[in-house]
Design a protein around this ligand. Structure first.
Ligand code: UDP
Length: 486
């Protein structure tokens, strides 16, 4: 077998830890499958310390390459995260082309190019070079369906989608309010709006979508999507998830884990709003007061508040001088008063290890898809606190269809608007840990945990089989360098 040619797969991860980590996980799975070498391409812009630790644990057959930093000084200081990411991706295309060309000319060649969900623009470069190309869609299939639908929505309506009178009914998806759609689609005046239309069109250049989802989460959506791709409307989608990082054991000495070791089973509400999520000053105070008033044990990863942006932490949001800490923005005396019942940690915590700790009973989450799948894999029910990107539609699906999550304000379509009061926070935290609705979400979480493990089991797991089919079936035996000049 050592003489067997190993195909070279090139993966492109969009800027941001929330994109790089799942791509690294995909790389690990491809290598485990056998028969491939890999290069992960990342961007210099917005790279962070988490990248290097993520990469340090990858197998030796995975190489990394970094595209040079591109200037963003001309962007408005208020430019949103999507603008920044799409701008980086577009401006770095010439660098990507050079890199792919040199890889094609190397002995390894390039068998397949895989871009993640925010970089499908790069598929055009792969197409130009004759390289088979896939999208690793690190959110769910409902989200992909909405993005593929965006160009049509733009063409067939004239109002802002949040003002649409009727729900949007996409095949196999939960009914969505226009206000549930991804942020930049909300508003035609948003400079990202046309880029989102391009995104929907760019996806169509893919030979297929690897979607980080599984049948028990999105059965109806998968069935409906397959009908559409069988008719040639969309490229095929392969549900290959849930791909989540596993516990490494490295965190055993982490202060959060040691604190959790002393708490009773299923008693702690874990609060963490992703790698970028940020609350306003007023909401930070209400969150603190609500957690305190709930009487529940809690572990809260707290960020610098921002009244400007609900994902300010993506850019290292800080309160001012370098010595500042987000802890300084909590209500007076909060840390002392909650010392027995709560642990508040600044900026970052080992989430996968936390979710898998027996003491954690619920997860207040922004519903980022990685966080959601990590909760699913750990069997932890959620309380939805959507902030940005596609999180509102994830929250709708998780609460109204899947039954894994409670909503902090049932019936509200945009929790991101307005402040959730301390009473609402306290009631929701209590319900999650010990209420009746919480019990049903807990039961669902246990069920999904088993379904997720089964989906990934070899042999026979549905997601595992789908993955093997595409990797072994479609990617093996691709001649690569021969394709130059297509
Ligand atoms: N994460 C973490 N510790 C933190 C915050 C986030 O380990 O304090 C990880 C989390 O486990 C997840 C990722 O960062 O893997 C966040 O991805 P997600 O898709 O949930 O949200 P995003 O940050 O992209 O909005």
């Amino acid at each position: 077998a050592s003489n067997e040619r190993r195909e070279h797969v090139v993966l492109l991860a969009s800027p941001g830890a929330g994109h790089v980590m799942p791509v690294a996980e995909l790389a690990r799975r491809i290598v485990e499958h056998g028969g491939f070498t890999l290069t992960i391409i990342t961007y210099t812009n917005f790279s962070s310390a988490e990248h290097s630790s993520t990469f340090a644990s990858l197998p030796p057959s995975v190489s990394t390459a970094v595209l040079p930093e591109v200037p963003l000084d001309d962007l408005h200081a208020d430019a949103r995260v999507e603008t920044r990411i799409f701008t980086v991706v577009r401006r770095a295309l010439p660098h990507l082309r050079d890199l792919l060309r040199s890889l094609l000319a190397s002995p390894a060649g390039v068998a397949v190019f895989v871009a993640d969900l925010l970089s499908p623009r790069a598929l055009a470069v792969a197409a130009e070079l004759g390289i088979p190309r896939y999208v690793f869609f690190t959110s769910n299939l409902m989200c992909l369906s909405t993005l593929l639908y965006t160009p049509e929505l733009a063409r067939t309506t004239s109002c802002d989608c949040r003002d649409l009178p009727d729900p949007i009914l996409l095949p196999g998806c939960v009914p969505l309010h226009g206000a549930h759609l991804a942020d930049p689609v909300q508003d035609r005046a948003n400079p990202v709006y046309p880029l989102m239309i391009d995104l929907g069109l760019d996806y169509l250049r893919a030979d297929g979508f690897l979607v980080n989802t599984f049948d028990a989460m999105e059965h109806e959506t998968l069935v409906a999507f397959k009908e559409l791709s069988d008719k040639g409307v969309y490229p095929p989608a392969y549900a290959i998830g849930p791909f989540v990082r596993s516990c490494t054991g490295d965190a055993a000495n982490d202060a959060c884990i040691r604190w959790l070791d002393d708490q009773p089973d299923g008693s702690v509400v874990y609060v963490c709003l992703g790698s970028g999520g940020t609350l306003s000053v007023a909401q930070t105070a209400e969150m603190a007061a609500g957690l305190e008033a709930s009487g529940q044990r809690f572990l809260w990863v707290v960020r610098f508040p921002s009244d400007k942006d609900n994902c300010a932490s993506f850019f290292g949001g800080s309160g001012g001088d370098g010595g500042d800490s987000p802890m300084n923005y909590l209500p007076e005396g909060f840390l002392e008063r909650t010392k027995g019942t709560g642990l508040t940690v600044p900026m970052w915590a080992p989430q996968v290890e936390i979710l898998n700790h027996r003491a954690v009973g619920g997860f207040v989450s922004h519903c980022g898809w990685n966080s959601t799948l990590e909760a699913v894999a750990a069997g932890v029910p959620m309380l939805t606190w959507p902030l940005y990107a596609e999180q509102r539609m994830n929250a709708a699906m998780l609460s109204s269809r899947v039954g894994l999550a409670l909503r902090v304000r049932p019936g509200t379509s945009r929790e991101g608007d307005g402040v959730v009061t301390r009473d609402e926070v306290a009631a929701a935290a209590r319900e999650l840990i010990s209420g009746k609705k919480g019990a049903s979400a807990r039961a669902k979480a246990r069920e999904l945990r088993v379904a997720a493990a089964n989906a990934m089991r070899a042999p026979g797991g549905r997601s595992r089989e789908a993955f093997d089919a595409v990797v072994a079936g479609a990617w093996k035996g691709r001649s690569s360098s021969a394709r130059v000049g297509y």
